[in-house]
Design a protein around this ligand. Structure first.
Ligand code: SF4
Ligand code: SF4
Ligand code: SF4
Ligand code: F3S
Length: 430
């Protein structure tokens, strides 16, 4: 297998194909601290792409209540357990050695799904990536354990189908919104024996060619996020298409001049937790240094948003601002060793970060560049940090401006929300 460089694990790794970097990469940042589990994103995708016969269990976007929820059920704990089985006690990070801008979380010393598969010797022969095919029962309940924080609160019907268990814990939960991560090194693509899956060179979107797919389901097995899903009545697998007509600026309503737009699940987000964009990729596969691009800024410059299970090795392009209230060991397992830094940054954002955080869900066109105009100081507040200490934070009414692909202004917003006082003659009118 060729070696490829995976910046999220801070080292090269074995992957079945040589790196073939896209020019731009579809990427997104989700702020888990703001998700209200309204499932509007889920239904926006559903009503656009997956409402037809045979797609009953196909939810390209889902929102699960962690730690007990998951779609398919236990997708992450089952894969973590499998990796542990193939590399007992070895799935560890070295967050210090080799830490650099190109290895921001240090180095993962364990085995990725591709490396672990090399030692696999099952009845069905060699595997390209360690994985499994979920059962019909695991696919059957997309919102299982929704809003359940305590194991004893689980409905008996759900307990019956539990395939993995977690230790009891203090009451906490959070909402994890998920879709295909359009990975740089996709497990689905690597495993397909028909080469029916491809990654678009123009935007890094990963698609399944329905005319080539023969329904082998190796993609379902090898996707560590379980975002390739088999459709029984067509005999082919399907996955999120990143609403590619929108990325191409082909939505006549939103893109009068061909401006790339955010996808359906992103633009519909009620909690304003989502920002999606395109990041420029260098010829060698590295992210081009572009600190005025909000995704680059949040992920690489400030490292406030982290990849989901980077240790799986697929280099996912979905990034999460971790929830502040969740125990650190759980978060570190899920988002890697950058969790402490990310939460500290987010808990008391400086002037620039606070401005960029305002851009979430303010424009439907993709923001390629932001600019900040300074405003007056409007408040001085005391912030309680995760370790219980307090910190003074000055708030300035800065203006942040987002520009589209053609460097035209797409949005302008201030830190302080503008208010309008209704005249007394219209007390209850709208
Ligand atoms: Fe493929 Fe899964 Fe990555 Fe999507 S998340 S590109 S389906 S491996
Ligand atoms: Fe669905 Fe589009 Fe969101 Fe993908 S990007 S989950 S296709 S709405
Ligand atoms: Fe969360 Fe936004 Fe989806 Fe609502 S629409 S569940 S706030 S990600
Ligand atoms: Fe390939 Fe998956 Fe189809 S493995 S053949 S894309 S079901």
């Amino acid at each position: 297998m060729p070696d490829v460089y995976n910046w999220q694990i801070g080292r090269t790794m074995a992957y079945p194909f040589a790196a073939a970097p896209a020019k731009w990469q579809f990427a997104f940042v989700f702020n888990t601290n703001r998700c209200i589990n309204c499932q509007t994103c889920t239904m926006a995708c559903r009503s656009t792409w997956t409402f037809s016969k045979g797609q009953e269990n196909i939810w390209w976007n889902n929102v699960e209540t962690k730690p007990f929820g998951g779609y398919p059920q236990n997708w992450d704990s089952k894969l973590l357990a499998l990796l542990e089985e193939y590399n007992p006690g070895g799935q560890l990070w070295d967050p210090v050695t080799g830490k650099s801008p190109e290895a921001p979380y240090g180095r993962f010393e364990g085995k990725t799904i591709f490396e672990a598969a090399a030692g696999y010797a099952g009845a069905e022969g060699p595997k390209v990536a360690l994985g499994y095919i979920p059962t019909a029962e695991e696919w059957a309940s997309p919102n299982i354990f929704e809003d359940h924080a305590r194991p004893e609160a689980r409905p008996p019907s759900a307990v019956k189908h539990m395939t993995a268990t977690l230790p009891e814990h203090k009451v906490w939960f959070f909402y994890l919104a998920r879709l295909c991560n359009h990975c740089t090194f996709p497990g689905c693509l690597a495993a397909c024996p028909r080469q029916a899956i491809y990654k678009r060179p123009e935007d890094g979107v990963v698609l399944i060619d329905q005319s080539r797919c023969n329904g082998y389901q190796k993609c379902v097995e090898a996707c560590p996020y379980k975002k390739a899903i088999f459709r029984p009545n067509t005999g082919a697998s399907e996955k999120c298409v990143a609403c590619y007509p929108r990325l191409e600026g082909r939505d006549p309503e939103l893109s009068p001049n061909g401006e790339p737009c955010e996808t359906r699940c992103m633009t519909a987000c009620v909690g304003k937790i989502r920002m999606q964009g395109l990041v420029r990729i260098e010829e060698d596969g590295a992210w081009a240094k572009d600190p005025q691009n909000p995704i680059f800024y949040l992920v690489r410059e400030r490292q406030v948003a982290l990849p989901l299970y980077p240790q799986f090795g697929a280099e996912p392009n979905g990034f999460y601002i971790p929830p502040r209230w969740v125990p650190r060991p759980y978060l570190i397992q899920m988002f890697g060793p950058g969790v402490g830094h990310a939460i500290e940054q987010y808990s008391c954002p400086d002037r620039e970060l606070l401005a960029v955080l305002q851009l979430f869900r303010t424009a439907q066109q993709i923001i390629f560049r932001f600019e900040i105009q300074p405003g007056p100081k409007i408040a001085e507040i005391e912030v309680t940090m995760p370790d219980g200490s307090s910190r003074a934070q000055a708030i300035f009414n800065d203006t942040v401006i987002g520009y589209n692909k053609f460097d035209k202004e797409a949005v302008r917003i201030t830190i302080e929300e503008p208010t309008f006082e209704r005249p007394a003659i219209h007390p209850n009118s709208i």
